[in-house]
Structure formats: structure tokens, C-alpha cells
Design a protein around this ligand. Structure first.
Ligand SMILES: [Zn+2]
Length: 446
């Protein structure tokens, strides 16, 4: 193993060049630009690292699938999940260098997709290369699922996994994506929340009217929407939709143990979110972040929003919302409950579900989870923390619920990597560490 680690350090310049190659190939999820070319390039890189690779079609963007088998009879199998699609680079004027031209400044590699998720998935491929090039044996089996639709909601991933259960069979799935916690703490996630995205549209008249003639006479779509929204949450923030909280389990002692082991820096959170005060304590914060559902207004549209004033009484309003869901909440069931609530309080309003994802949870005490965490501890030393989740949503349920295997979320990128934003970056030291981490996992998974 020492030989592999030394090889990674000695050849890291060259590995950075390989990462640059995949960065230069655009693969914009929203528009489809370069997606197929990127899948082909990735497949080629994997094949030349000695991974048996194929491009597998889905109803949307293809999955790049790879596998590698050990000669050992009882070898364990680890599945690495990542995605090669990226967010659009706009607004371009806010970038300090070309988004698709890797640029290293102040110890960081700047490029669209470097953190989310190309740099992270390349860590596994480069780890495989390091084993090969240093003549070391990889003691476990490895499978790779790199999808091309993560930034568009992983629309076809569940169907792909359903169709390929046998092919994807493994002992553990590792979703390597996302940023670390502050202080370079690697946050191994035992689960993630699900989500349902929806929109409510309201119409109170056929057209807007003069506020002097129709105000308080003709129903106002803005006030109607606010009234409806007020029925969904009380002053304390409790969600009032009937049955919404039914599946929510109260935190267990084990959950609290995990939370107590996590770092918590109130000042950092204050500046991260640009808020004047942050009142939650550590347990409250992580309980809300990982164990409780949310109901969030994403945006409200109604009436005139232009320059100056326009005294109208609007006829239409709409709100986009999302609900993050915890384990045992089914997004489709929650969507039905939301529709029922809206039908009761604002008959005639239309609810459209735009997307959803199931939640997922894994038991960190499983031996295979302990093995992965122990491998990561060798590389990140004292900077590994187990957490119950990311807060956000990843399609980890495809592993836990469809394949029936444990799944861990592992974020290799720096906390301030700026995924989705201009000047997305990956600290070069952490990128190098990521390759060591994937190599150590492969070595310890025997
Ligand atoms: Zn992303």
C-alpha cells in the first residue's frame, strides 16, 4: 500500500493533467451540450486504467459503467457512484478564468465541474491507475456507476438500477460527492433526505383589474396565496399539512451519539449564510438538518414586479416550493397530502409536482461501513466525522432501497468549493488526498 501512496504523490502532476482532460470536455446537464462526448471520454479514461467499461443507455443521458474483479475468491465488492454532468457555467462574467479551462491559482484548481463531480470521480480512476502503475494488487472488486443526469434530478438512475440489479450487486455503495465540513473535516454521511418539488398556481379572476375599482371587491390572488401558505405552517414553523409528519421518527440515542461527534461552529454558520444571528445549538441544528423534514418557499410570483408602481389587483399567483423528507416519508404520499391540503383550503388551485427523490438511511455500525470509515481515517487522520446526512438530497435510495445494500455519502471537496457557482474550485491538496482515500478504500475492502 505504501508503494501505491508514494506513486500517487510522485505522479500527481500527471494525474492533474488527466483531470484537466475531463474538465475541458463540457457536459452541461441542463442543455445536453457535450454529454455524449464526455461519457465517451470518461469511458476511454477508465478503460485505459484497466477498468472494463461500457456506456449503458438509459431513457436520458447514458451511464458510464465500469467493473474490475479481483482474483481473490472471497473478495468484497465496492461500488463507486458519481456523475459526469455539470451545471451550466453562467453567469460567465463572474468567473476569474475560463470555466472549462482548468486554472490553478493559490493552490486551487478552478473549473466548472471540478468539485461537482468530475474531480471526485476521477479520484477513483486515478487510484486504480496508481495500483496498476505501481504493480500492486487490488484486493477487492470495484464497480463504477457514473451517471449523466445528477444535475437534472437523476431522472433515469432508479430505472437503470432496477434493470441491472445483478450487474450492480455489491457489498456497499459509496456516493462520493459534495463538500466537506469546515476545518477540512470529512463528513461521512449515513443517509440523505428525500425531496418533493412542487408548484401551486392560483387564479381568482380572468384578468388583473384596477385596484381602485376591484381592490377588496374582486378576490386578490396575492392575498389568497398568502392565506393558503399561512395554513401550511404555524408561527413556530410547525408543518400543519395533515399527515405530513406521520412517518417522522423521533431521534434515537444512537442518532444523538452521531450528532455529538460532529463539529459545530456557530460563527462559521453565521458567515456561511450571511445572517446576523444563529440561535440553534448543535443538537438542534443537526436534528433539523438531518432528522426533520422541511417545507420551503422557493419563490413567489404575483402581479406587477417592475419599476415604479402599477396599481392592479392581480388575478393570478403562484409559488414554487420544496419539502425535504426524512426516512419513512414517501415523496409521492407527501405530494398527495399536499394536494389534499390545497384542495381543502384553496379549492380550484392547481398543484404540479416537478420532481421527487426518496430519502435513504444506512446503519453506520455495519462492519462494511466501519471498514470504509477506518480506511478514510488513515488518510484524513483525525478529521473524519460520521453524520446522519447532508441535509440535501442524493439518489442514495437506489442503493439502499432498490439494491438493498448500505450506502455512504463521502464528500471529498473543500467546504468552499462553490459547486454550481462561478469560480467552482477544488483545493489541490484535497484533490490529492481524495486519490489516496479512494486507493485506501480499495485496499482495505478485501
Ligand atoms: Zn451538483
Amino acid at each position: 500500500m505504501e508503494r501505491v501512496h508514494t506513486h500517487i504523490d510522485d505522479n500527481f502532476e500527471e494525474y492533474l493533467t488527466a483531470i484537466g482532460g475531463i474538465i475541458r470536455q463540457r457536459s452541461i446537464s441542463a442543455t445536453g451540450e457535450g454529454i455524449r462526448e464526455c461519457a465517451a471520454l470518461l469511458a476511454e479514461m477508465m478503460a485505459s486504467a484497466g477498468i472494463k467499461t461500457e456506456i449503458r443507455e438509459t431513457d436520458g443521458n447514458p451511464v458510464v459503467y465500469g467493473e474490475l474483479f479481483s482474483e481473490r475468491q472471497d473478495a468484497k465488492t465496492v461500488l463507486f457512484y458519481g456523475h459526469y454532468d455539470v451545471q451550466p457555467p453562467e453567469p460567465l462574467e463572474l468567473w476569474d478564468s475560463e470555466p472549462f479551462e482548468p486554472s490553478i491559482r493559490n493552490g486551487r484548481l478552478y473549473a466548472r465541474g471540478i468539485a461537482d463531480n468530475k474531480g471526485q470521480l476521477m479520484a477513483h480512476i486515478l487510484a486504480i491507475r496508481a495500483f496498476r502503475e505501481s504493480g500492486a494488487e487490488i484486493p477487492c472488486n470495484a464497480k463504477f456507476v457514473f451517471e449523466g443526469e445528477e444535475e437534472s434530478g437523476s431522472t433515469n438512475l432508479a430505472a437503470f438500477v432496477e434493470r441491472n440489479r445483478e450487474l450492480l450487486d455489491c457489498d456497499i455503495a459509496l456516493a462520493v460527492d459534495g463538500p466537506m465540513l469546515s476545518g477540512d473535516v470529512l463528513n461521512v454521511c449515513l443517509g440523505c433526505r428525500g425531496v418533493v418539488n412542487f408548484e401551486i398556481e392560483l387564479e381568482t379572476a380572468q384578468f388583473d383589474c384596477h385596484s381602485g375599482r376591484g381592490g377588496d371587491i374582486i378576490p386578490n390572488a396575492g392575498w389568497e396565496l398568502l392565506r393558503l401558505l399561512r395554513t401550511m405552517k404555524d408561527e413556530q414553523g410547525n408543518i400543519l399539512i395533515e399527515g405530513f409528519m406521520d412517518g417522522v421518527r423521533s431521534p434515537t440515542e444512537k442518532d444523538m451519539e452521531v450528532i455529538d461527534g460532529l463539529p459545530f461552529d456557530r460563527e462559521n454558520l453565521k458567515s456561511l449564510y450571511g445572517v446576523p444571528s444563529f440561535d440553534l445549538d448543535k443538537r438542534q441544528y443537526y436534528t433539523k438538518l438531518n432528522l426533520m423534514p422541511t417545507l420551503t418557499i422557493n419563490g413567489i410570483t404575483c402581479g406587477y414586479q417592475g419599476k415604479g408602481s402599477k396599481t392592479i389587483n392581480p388575478a393570478k399567483s403562484s409559488v414554487k416550493m420544496d419539502a425535504r423528507l426524512v426516512v419513512d416519508q414517501d415523496p409521492l404520499d407527501i405530494a398527495e397530502k399536499i394536494k389534499k391540503h390545497v384542495a381543502l383550503h384553496a379549492p380550484g388551485a392547481r398543484v404540479t409536482v416537478h420532481g421527487f427523490m426518496h430519502p435513504s438511511k444506512t446503519d453506520g455500525d455495519l462492519p462494511v461501513c466501519r471498514t470504509v470509515v477506518a480506511a478514510l481515517e488513515k488518510v484524513y487522520v483525525d478529521n473524519v466525522a460520521l453524520s446522519l446526512g447532508l441535509g440535501g438530497s442524493l439518489p442514495s435510495y437506489v442503493w439502499t432501497d432498490i439494491l438493498g445494500v448500505p450506502a455512504l455519502g463521502i464528500p471529498y471537496a473543500n467546504q468552499d468549493s462553490g459547486g454550481h457557482a462561478p469560480n467552482e474550485n477544488f483545493r489541490v491538496d484535497l484533490l490529492q488526498k481524495a486519490v489516496h482515500a479512494s486507493a485506501q478504500i480499495l485496499f482495505d475492502m478485501k
